[in-house]
Design a protein around this ligand. Structure first.
Ligand SMILES: Nc1ncnc2c1ncn2[C@@H]1O[C@H](COP(=O)(O)OP(=O)(O)OP(=O)(O)O)[C@@H](O)[C@H]1O
Ligand SMILES: [Mg+2]
Length: 232
């Protein structure tokens, strides 16, 4: 199954929820392959399965049917600690509401993943300094989230997501809380990181202008891939 540069693969993935005697097909027979370096948007109306797809991609949620591989590793049957380890080593996350630790500075928030990975202090400091500079936060390293704008907080979240150079970055509506100028600046940054580090990005969005910046758009409808469109 490990086909060279395949980062993420879905094979006939369904995720069913049962609620009040009703079955909801949040994902319904999804087949998908993402290769290294792709810059992909997931589009679709509210409830179409975007968040479920992102969660299932990295074992935060389990498929009812079908299989998921991350970097050639089959997630089926992996234990919770094994999944956590895989996420720590291979995946970065960016959330709509930033999810920074409020009592930690920008620098400390960005450092978290390196701490968890057991990277020595001097190397952590060097890497974090470099990454914060790369996301345009030089000089703001010691500020806490409450002392930063929404766009700046999301840049800290991006720094945290990429600090350990994951193969895959997942983002669930990363621009939803940002004004359009700040949203485009964030997409510019993600695109730059995608090009310079060959990091694969998979992000959901409702904003057609953000969508247009993707090289590939996967349109979901009722849990199914309605269209999968790559730009030349
Ligand atoms: N934990 C859950 N229990 C029951 N139903 C759920 C659960 N999580 C999601 N669903 C349902 O699954 C479907 C897909 O939800 P999902 O959150 O993936 O959609 P989405 O495309 O991310 O929507 P939005 O654009 O509003 O964020 C919806 O019908 C939703 O109500
Ligand atoms: Mg969602």
């Amino acid at each position: 199954m490990n086909q060279g540069d395949t980062i993420l693969q879905f094979q006939n993935v369904s995720r069913l929820y049962h609620q009040g005697g009703e079955t909801i097909r949040a994902l319904d027979g999804v087949d998908l392959t993402l290769r290294r370096g792709e810059f992909v948007a997931i589009a679709g109306p509210s409830g179409s399965g975007k968040t479920t797809l992102l969660n299932v991609s990295v074992g935060l949620d389990q498929p009812t049917e079908g299989k998921v591989w991350v970097g050639g590793q089959d997630l089926t049957g992996m234990s919770a600690p094994e999944l956590a380890q895989l996420r720590l080593n291979k995946v970065g996350f960016i959330f709509q509401s930033y999810n920074l630790v409020p009592v930690l500075s920008a620098e400390e928030n960005a450092e978290l993943i390196l701490l968890l990975r057991g990277v020595p202090a001097a190397e952590r400091k060097r890497t974090v300094h470099q990454v914060l500079k790369e996301v345009g936060l030089e000089g703001l390293e010691h500020r806490r989230p409450s002392e930063l704008s929404g766009g700046q907080q999301q840049r800290v979240a991006v720094a945290r997501a990429i600090v350990a150079e994951p193969a895959l970055v997942l983002a669930d509506e990363p621009t939803a809380n940002l004004d359009s100028k700040t949203a485009f600046a964030l997409i510019d940054l993600m695109e730059k990181l995608n090009q310079e580090h060959d990091t694969t990005f998979l992000f959901s969005t409702h904003d057609p202008r953000v969508m247009k910046r993707a090289k590939r758009i996967i349109y979901l409808l009722d849990g199914r891939v309605e269209k999968d469109v790559s730009s030349p």
